[in-house]
Design a protein around this ligand. Structure first.
Ligand code: PEP
Ligand code: MN
Length: 365
C-alpha cells in the first residue's frame, strides 16, 4: 500500500516530511477530530501514541488495543496514514495487524539494545517505514546502533527522529537539543531522512516555533509535532501540545529553505566567501601556533623558577578581559569562554609535559 506523504522514500521523499497528531489516542472522537483538522492542513501522516512509556506508574499508559481499532476505522474514513510507537514485538504485531502505516521506536527503547533487537527481529519481512528516535541519553553510538539493527532486519524505509536528550539540570527545554548529535548522525547516514520532534524538546508550546525553525535551518528533513484538539485537557504531555489551528500557523511561520542552490551567481559568490574563510582559518592557526610557542617558553620559565603551572588570578584575568574584548568585537561571550577554556586546557597540557620531561627521561633511562 502506498503511504500518503511518503510516496517515494529515499532520494525523493517529499520535503518537509510532516507528521502531526496527539501524544496519545484518548477517545475515538478526540482522535477523529484531531486527525480531520490536521488532514485539512495537508498533512497525511497522523501520529497517535497507543502504548505510552510513562516515567512514573499510575499515570495514563495509553488505550492499547482499543486505540488501534479507532486508528483502523479513522484511517479508512479519512484516508490518512497513522504512525505509532512500538516498544515490543507484540506491539509490532498488533500495530501491523490493525493497519498502522508507520512505526517508530521511542527514546526509552532506543537506549536498550536488547529491546531494539527484539523489535528488529519482529520487523523482518515488513515493508513499512520505521523511525528511530534518539536515545534519552546523549549517546550517538546507541542511536547509530539502533538504526543498524533495523537496517539489518531488512527495513528499507528508515527515518530518524531527534527529540532531545535528558539532563538532570533544569533548563528551559524539557530535553536538551544538543544539535551536534543529530548533525553527526546525518554525517553517518546522509540518506536517512532526519526529522525533528520540537514538542518533546520543548515541553512547552511557546518555544516550538523557535526549535522548529532551528531544525529547518539545520537542513532537517521534516517535523513531528504533537497536536491535540484540546491540548490543555490532554491526558499526556498537555503543556507541549498545540491545537490544529496553531499547527497551521506554525507551518506558515516556519521558513523551510532549500538545501542548496544551483544558481551560477550563488555558487560563485559562495565560493569567494568560502575562500576568505579558508584564508582566515589559516591565519587563526598561525596565531594559535605562535601563542602556543610562547606558552611553551613560559612553561620552561616556570619550571626553572620552580613555580606551579596553574595561576588562578591569571586565568580569571584572561576570561574577564577576553570576554570583554569579544563583546566589543560582536562575539558571543559564552562562545569566547568555551574557546578560551579549550585553549587554556591545551596550554596547561603542554606546560605539564615540559615540567615533567626530566622525570620521564629518568624513569625511562
Ligand atoms: C512520544 O512521542 O509521545 C514519546 C513518548 O516520545 P519519546 O520516546 O521521545 O519520549
Ligand atoms: Mn508525548
Amino acid at each position: 500500500m502506498e503511504i500518503k506523504g511518503l510516496k517515494s522514500w529515499g532520494e525523493s521523499y517529499k520535503r518537509p516530511l510532516l507528521i502531526a497528531g496527539p501524544c496519545s489516542a484518548e477517545t475515538e472522537e478526540q482522535l477523529y477530530d484531531t486527525a480531520k483538522a490536521i488532514k485539512q492542513l495537508g498533512i497525511n501522516i497522523i501520529r497517535a501514541g497507543v502504548w505510552k512509556p510513562r516515567t512514573r506508574p499510575n499515570s495514563f499508559e495509553g488505550m492499547g488495543l482499543q486505540a488501534l481499532k479507532w486508528i483502523r476505522d479513522i484511517k479508512s474514513e479519512l484516508g490518512v496514514s497513522f504512525a505509532t510507537e512500538v516498544a515490543s514485538p507484540l506491539h509490532v504485531q498488533e500495530a501491523l495487524y490493525h493497519g498502522v502505516d508507520v512505526l517508530w521506536i521511542g527514546a526509552r527503547s532506543t537506549v536498550n539494545p536488547f529491546t531494539v533487537q527484539d523489535i528488529a527481529d519482529s520487523l523482518k519481512g515488513v515493508d513499512k517505514p520505521v523511525f528511530v528516535k534518539n536515545p534519552v541519553n546523549p549517546d550517538l553510538s546507541l542511536w547509530i546502533g539502533a538504526i543498524e539493527r533495523i537496517q539489518n532486519a531488512g527495513i528499507k524505509k528508515i527515518g530518524a527522529i531527534h527529540r532531545g536528550f535528558s539532563s538532570y539540570q533544569k533548563t528551559r527545554f524539557r530535553n536538551q537539543p544538543n544539535w551536534r548529535i543529530p548533525l553527526d548522525l546525518k554525517k553517518t547516514f546522509p540518506d536517512i531522512p532526519l526529522i525533528c520532534d520540537p514538542s518533546h524538546i520543548a515541553g512547552q508550546r511557546s518555544i516550538i516555533l523557535e526549535i522548529s525553525q532551528r531544525a529547518a535551518d539545520l537542513d532537517f528533513d521534516g517535523l513531528i509535532i504533537e497536536t491535540h484538539r484540546d491540548p490543555d485537557n490532554a491526558w499526556s504531555d498537555a503543556k507541549q501540545q498545540v491545537t490544529p489551528e496553531r499547527l497551521g500557523e506554525l507551518l506558515n511561520e516556519i521558513k523551510f529553505r532549500k538545501p542548496t542552490s544551483r544558481n551560477k551567481e550563488y555558487i560563485i559568490h559562495l565560493e569567494e566567501m568560502r575562500d576568505q574563510i579558508d584564508h582566515l582559518d589559516y591565519e587563526l592557526f598561525e596565531v594559535l601556533s605562535a601563542r602556543m610557542k610562547i606558552v611553551d617558553q613560559i612553561g620552561h620559565f616556570k619550571k626553572n623558577n620552580n613555580v606551579v603551572i596553574f595561576q588562578k588570578n591569571r586565568w580569571k584575568e584572561i576570561i574577564d578581559t577576553r570576554t570583554e574584548w569579544a563583546k566589543k568585537l560582536d562575539l558571543n561571550s559564552d562562545f569566547t569562554e568555551d574557546l578560551f577554556k579549550l585553549i587554556h586546557e591545551n596550554a596547561i597540557r603542554r606546560q605539564a609535559e615540559i615540567m615533567n620531561q626530566d622525570k620521564k627521561k629518568k624513569r625511562n633511562g
